[in-house]
Design a protein around this ligand. Structure first.
Ligand code: SF4
Length: 338
């Protein structure tokens, strides 16, 4: 079914629901598709006869699946729209079906536009879930220009070749040494800036929604981000009381890492609290008397939302620098890897 410029294989999901005899299902929908959800829900109701609940809670990624909250509401299955599966999230309380939303936009025009900006001949190709199906076509375009495209498998957390998440650039880092630059297909700067910080090779971003090609802007944003991270590290050097934040969303839980951080802080003679949160917000943290937060949840909270918080928030790697266990020169972007 096509809705709002996306192809969603809801037909396949309906078949599975019928086969399994599910009576109540919950649909989790990303913000951008909420306006167009009616035909999809009507289709599911008609095809399966099931009761369909639609979750209105914000959904940040495949790491963020509604699930245990619905356990006592007789929900048999969650249909999570718009993201591909993350291995550690599937089927943990209630059976979860990930149904991707493939953009129907043609990417060829913006890829052709990006060709003059590419660096060298060996090009690593990466994208987000919505454009994964276009990578074969992009490969052909690059070869027609005598370029050599590379598309890598990611680690266990990544379900499809060439896919990056804001917290996992393994498809890039695995081939970084073999390519001259990366071509990112998709919108925004969130993913390409993370890739640049992680893989340390030039990133050219081709946006099929706006037909814009960005290279210098990505580089400038990375430099600004690094300046800000350095400032955060300096701000935490004299901190005495630390809050170690643990995200409770299934795909963001890093409890083992949180424990290791607490041991590190104990050894350094610092006070610390292990704090769990579902939705991160400055309001949830304002009651604590804490000098510095170390986030083990989605790495992008400390990095992209940094200015929203009154107290500095750093990543686990940045804490190592604060405590003198790592040099700034060996800074690495925090990722959730498997
Ligand atoms: S942890 Fe953060 S970056 Fe990773 S999938 Fe979830 S929301 Fe996206």
């Amino acid at each position: 079914m096509e809705i709002s410029g996306y192809l969603i294989d809801i037909e396949n999901a309906a078949n599975t629901i019928k086969q399994q005899g599910y009576k109540t299902i919950a649909v989790q929908v990303p913000e951008g598709l909420k306006r167009s959800i009616f035909p999809l829900v009507e289709f599911l109701k008609k095809e399966t006869g099931a009761t369909v609940l639609v979750s209105a809670d914000a959904c940040f990624g495949a790491c963020d699946v509604v699930n245990y909250e619905l356990k006592n509401m007789d929900v048999d299955c969650v249909v999570h729209l718009g993201h591909t599966a993350i291995s550690d999230v599937e089927n943990f309380w209630i059976s979860t079906m990930f149904v991707n939303a493939q953009s129907t936009l043609d990417v060829s025009k913006v890829v052709e536009k990006a060709i003059p900006s590419l660096v060298g001949k060996k090009i690593g190709l990466v994208t987000t879930a919505q454009h994964l199906h276009t990578l074969e076509k992009v490969e052909t375009i690059l070869r027609n220009h005598n370029l050599e495209p590379f598309i890598a498998e990611g680690d266990e957390r990544i379900s499809t070749k060439g896919q990056i998440l804001g917290c996992n650039f393994s498809v890039g880092t695995k081939i970084a040494e073999n390519v001259d630059c990366f071509l990112f297909i998709g919108s925004g700067t969130f993913h390409p800036v993370g890739l640049l910080m992680s893989a340390r090779k030039p990133v050219i971003a081709a946006d099929p929604y706006t037909n814009a090609v960005k290279k210098q802007e990505i580089e400038d944003m990375k430099n600004n981000m690094l300046r800000q991270r350095y400032g955060a590290i300096v701000a935490c050097r004299s901190a005495r009381r630390f809050g170690i934040l643990i995200g409770v969303k299934r795909g963001q839980q890093r409890i083992k890492l949180a424990r290791e951080i607490q041991q590190m802080l104990d050894s350094a003679g610092k006070l610390s609290l292990l704090i769990t949160l579902d939705e991160f917000s400055p309001v949830s943290l304002q009651g604590f008397d804490i000098d510095c937060y170390v986030s083990t949840a989605c790495p992008r909270i400390a990095i992209d939302d940094y200015l929203q918080y009154k107290k500095p928030m750093i990543t686990p790697v940045e804490l190592e620098i604060v405590l003198g266990r790592r040099e700034w020169e060996t800074y690495v972007f925090d990722e959730i890897l498997e």
